[in-house]
Structures are given as structure tokens and as C-alpha cells.
Design a protein around this ligand. Structure first.
Ligand code: F6P
Length: 364
């Protein structure tokens, strides 16, 4: 299809906004600035370890001092700075929070403040950078509490602790063989491919839908001995394939880059699990609620999939901390619902129930 027949991200946002005649355009402006941050990060990621010699002030993971004595920043720190610089000035935000910052980031007093909060993971899956595997940025947009907007007071952690169902928009950029931006503004999910010649995100995947059924699952099975019985049961049944209760063979994938797994699942279905486990009693899950589970959860639900803690829909949870971790299961609706059923089934629900532990193919 010629470019002239395709919508750019800007056009998509304007067409969406027409559905809300009173909307002022702040959200659109904010999303475009987020997309610019993603384009900048995509560019830096694409230079890889050449970045330093080609002028991008970047080196691979780890960060160190280069031969000129300049401090070189790890890519995730640099990506965080890009998100901040691209978004702090625009007057649309009351504050930001990210995986890379312990505390919320205030908008500098030199700039006007706005009515939204931006929460992000600037470089998800960044342990994959060194091995040239896809990484991405994830973002979530919330409304600032009314008293923040009215009073202009500094934002606090509590202002960000809103259930995922309150998100106004969410998305991710995937830095893979092509750079893509996948976005929801609450009216389905649209995927945009970066046209590198124009530097524009172009609508390539309108109305993305997650198939409700799948024969593909993703889980880090090195954690099998720490899984709870419902997860063991689900995975064992998948592994048993045609000869087991599911009556069909399953395939498995694990990229260790959630944004890449989310994208695969959006494109062809599947189920992703990083469930609550017993590995570290201080950590009830590995992934973060506010800037990983919630935005990906909104995208999945908007695409007809489902996102859950394993026990309940993730978007209904009231967060208790900015960097809260959570067990996360998302993807094809019927599979996620099955996993939830297993968590509620008395036969598998309670840890220590021997039935499935004994049968487990991953038994100790
Ligand atoms: O943000 C955490 C993350 O990098 C995810 O992108 C990914 O799914 C997960 O960690 C990988 O975890 P593990 O190292 O246990 O495979």
C-alpha cells in the first residue's frame, strides 16, 4: 500500500480524538512526545556498541569511563533520561515515575504542569542488549489526581497508585528487526511500524486481536521447582501434549524480554507466565505492576486477550507501592482463564497439595 494511503501515528491520534469533541489534544501531544522518545531510543539501540564512536553518547550495558575520560552510561539509564527530557517540558504532565528512579520525578519549575502522569520502563529486557535480542520501552498514562491539577503540588508516590483499569492510554515500543509502536487509547489496539526513511510511525496493524486459543506458552522453566501447584499443573498438561488432558501438542518460547513476548502473543496468540512463586519470599513476583503488568495488561484486554495475576484480573488491583512486583499471566483469553480456574480449583490451589506436585514433569 502506498504511504499516502496509510495513516501516520499523528493521524490515528487525531481521528481517535474526533470521538471526543471536548478533548483538548493534550493526550495526543503527550503520546507524540513519548513516541519521539521511543524513536530516539530505537536509534541509539540500533548503533549498538558503535554508538560511542559514531557520536551517540552510549556504550553497551554496564557503564564505565571511556578512554577520553567521559562517563559512559548504561543504555537503560540513558533511555530513562531520554524519556524525561522529551516529556518534562510539554506542559502535559504533573509527574513521571519509572523503573530507573526510586522516587517520582517532579516537573522542573521552569515548565508548566499538566493533568497526566507518565509511568514507564524505558528499556525492558535490557539484559538482552549485549546479545542483540529485541528490547523495548513500555509506558502507561494516568490522570493526575484532581487536587494535584488544582493545587500544582508536588506529586507523591500515592498519586501513582491507581488501578490499571484507570489508565488513559498504554503502549510499548519494540526495538526488533523493525521498530514498532503498539498503542491503546482505550479503543482497541493499533500497531505502527517505524518508516526509517521518514522517521514516522505508520499504522501497519489496525485493530490488533489476540486469538482466544493457542498452543504456545512462555515461562522460565528454570523456576519450575518454585512454582505453585496450579502453574505446575498447567505446564505439565501442556508438556503432556497429545497424550495428556489437553489432547494437543504445545510449543514453548522464552525470550526473557517481556515486551517481545507480549508482541509475539499479540500477533499470533500465546500465553505468558511469570507467576508468583516461592523463589524469594520477599518477592511475590518478578515483574512490576505499574510499568510492566498494567500497560501490557491494558493492551492485552483491549486486544481481546486477558491479563491476570493468576488469581484475578491484573487491571483491578489497587497498587500498594510504586515498584510493586506481581505475578503475571497474560495472553490468549481461554488459556489465561484456564490458569485462573486452576488457581481457584481446590485440588490445585493450596501449596503443598501433593496431587500435581507428584505428577509434575518438573518434579525435584
Ligand atoms: O523486566 C524484567 C524482564 O527483563 C522481562 O522483560 C522478562 O520477561 C524477564 O525479566 C526475564 O526474566 P528471567 O531472567 O527470569 O528470564
Amino acid at each position: 500500500m502506498p504511504l499516502s494511503n496509510r495513516w501516520t501515528l499523528t493521524r490515528y491520534l487525531i481521528e481517535e480524538r474526533r470521538r471526543f469533541p471536548t478533548a483538548g489534544g493534550d493526550l495526543n501531544a503527550l503520546i507524540l512526545d513519548v513516541s519521539l522518545a521511543c524513536k530516539a531510543i530505537a536509534r541509539i539501540v540500533a548503533f549498538g556498541s558503535l554508538g560511542d564512536t559514531l557520536g551517540a553518547s552510549v556504550v553497551p550495558q554496564g557503564g564505565s569511563v571511556n578512554v577520553q575520560g567521559e562517563v559512559q552510561k548504561p543504555l537503560d539509564v540513558l533511555s530513562n533520561e531520554i524519556f524525561i527530557r522529551m516529556n518534562e517540558w510539554n506542559g502535559n504532565l504533573a509527574g513521571m515515575a519509572s523503573e530507573e528512579m526510586d522516587e517520582p520525578k517532579q516537573i522542573p519549575s521552569a515548565y508548566p504542569r499538566g493533568k497526566y502522569l507518565l509511568v514507564f520502563d524505558p528499556l525492558d529486557g535490557s539484559s538482552n542488549i549485549d546479545v542483540n535480542v529485541s528490547v523495548g520501552s513500555i509506558f502507561s498514562i494516568l490522570r493526575a489526581p484532581q487536587d494535584v491539577i488544582d493545587s500544582g503540588r508536588a506529586v507523591t508516590e500515592a498519586d501513582f497508585l491507581q488501578p490499571g483499569a484507570e489508565q488513559v492510554a498504554a503502549g510499548y515500543a519494540l526495538y526488533g528487526p523493525v521498530t514498532m509502536l503498539v498503542l491503546t487509547v482505550g479503543n482497541g489496539v493499533a500497531g505502527f511500524t517505524l518508516n526509517p526513511n521518514l522517521g514516522e510511525f505508520v499504522l501497519s496493524h489496525p485493530k490488533v486481536q489476540v486469538p482466544p486459543d493457542t498452543t504456545e506458552f512462555a515461562i522460565n522453566s528454570s523456576n519450575a521447582r518454585f512454582w505453585e501447584p496450579p502453574v505446575k499443573r498447567y505446564v505439565d498438561e501442556c508438556l503432556a501434549g497429545k497424550t495428556g488432558p489437553r489432547g494437543r501438542d504445545f510449543n514453548m518460547r522464552w525470550i526473557a524480554s517481556m515486551v517481545a513476548e507480549a508482541h509475539r502473543i499479540l500477533m499470533r496468540g500465546g500465553v505468558f507466565m511469570y507467576p508468583r512463586d516461592t523463589k524469594d519470599p520477599a518477592k511475590p513476583g518478578r515483574l512490576r505492576l505499574l510499568y510492566e503488568a498494567n500497560p501490557v495488561g491494558m493492551i492485552m484486554e483491549q486486544a481481546g486477550g486477558r491479563a491476570s495475576t493468576g488469581r484475578q484480573p491484573v487491571l483491578g488491583l489497587k497498587p500498594t507501592a510504586l515498584h510493586q512486583r506481581i505475578g503475571l499471566v497474560f495472553g490468549s483469553k481461554n488459556e489465561v482463564e484456564r490458569i485462573e480456574r486452576y488457581h481457584h480449583d481446590p485440588a490445585t490451589r493450596d501449596s503443598g497439595t501433593p496431587l500435581f506436585a507428584e505428577r509434575s514433569l518438573f518434579r525435584n
